[in-house]
Write a protein that binds this ligand. Structure first.
Ligand code: URA
Ligand code: SF4
Length: 202
């Protein structure tokens, strides 16, 4: 099993994480991606959110949540009273995973092996940021941070404890809301879960 572990610096801060991340060869996803997409936001953010993997837009632009999922997230942040500039945003897997269909690049969910391989990066970010509340967006991030037994559909919006004692709350991935047939209802539920996270900040 491959892992990012040998590339993840355990000294230095976020600057060191950002500078070493592009060198990572912890799994094969770097080969076809345009670039690695690092987490963004204040290193001392009280809230940290973890998504899945960069999408097509993020891969091209090199920034987290700048495509359709990001726009949905911005709208939900507004409704939940969260200031995007005050949160730390990152992904469980740092390179875009896709399949080509003609000229299009179609997002593919990272495999269990890729999630495990990339996990040391998000754990290091968590160690540096030390958020008061971690928001886990979707099943991939839940697998990385809450384990394989966690069921987002059943446990979303509940306060959960991380192995290090930190507080977390899981919800669906914003892309699932974007694609939803019941958009208004699912956006409301997503915003309600974010409000739980805001409340947990105290
Ligand atoms: N989806 C994610 O999980 N992360 C991004 O950065 C963009 C889309
Ligand atoms: Fe490394 Fe993660 Fe990229 Fe794989 S996806 S090469 S583990 S940074």
């Amino acid at each position: 099993m491959t892992s990012a572990e040998e590339w993840v610096p355990h000294d230095g801060g976020m600057r060191k994480v950002r500078s070493t991340l592009p060198e990572c060869r912890g799994c094969e996803l770097w080969e076809d991606a345009t670039q690695v997409v690092a987490g963004e936001g204040p290193v001392r953010a009280r809230m940290m959110l973890v998504g899945e993997t960069p999408g097509d837009h993020e891969d091209k632009e090199g920034h987290v949540f700048v495509g359709p999922a990001g726009r949905l997230l911005d709208r939900a942040f507004d409704e939940a009273g969260i200031d995007r500039s005050e949160v730390y945003l990152t992904n469980a897997v740092k390179h875009f995973r896709f399949e080509r269909e003609g000229k299009r690049r179609i997002h593919k969910t990272p495999s269990a092996g890729q999630i495990t391989a990339c996990r040391p990066w998000v754990l290091r970010e968590l160690e540096i940021v030390k958020p008061d509340v971690l928001v886990v967006l979707g099943a991939v991030a839940a697998r990385a941070l809450l384990g394989t037994g966690f069921r987002v559909t059943q446990q979303r919006g509940e306060k959960v404890e991380l192995p290090d004692g930190r507080t977390a709350v899981a919800t669906v991935h914003p892309s699932a809301v974007v694609r939803s047939q019941e958009f208004t209802r699912d956006l409301e539920r997503f915003v309600a879960d974010l409000r739980v996270a805001v409340k947990l900040l105290g």
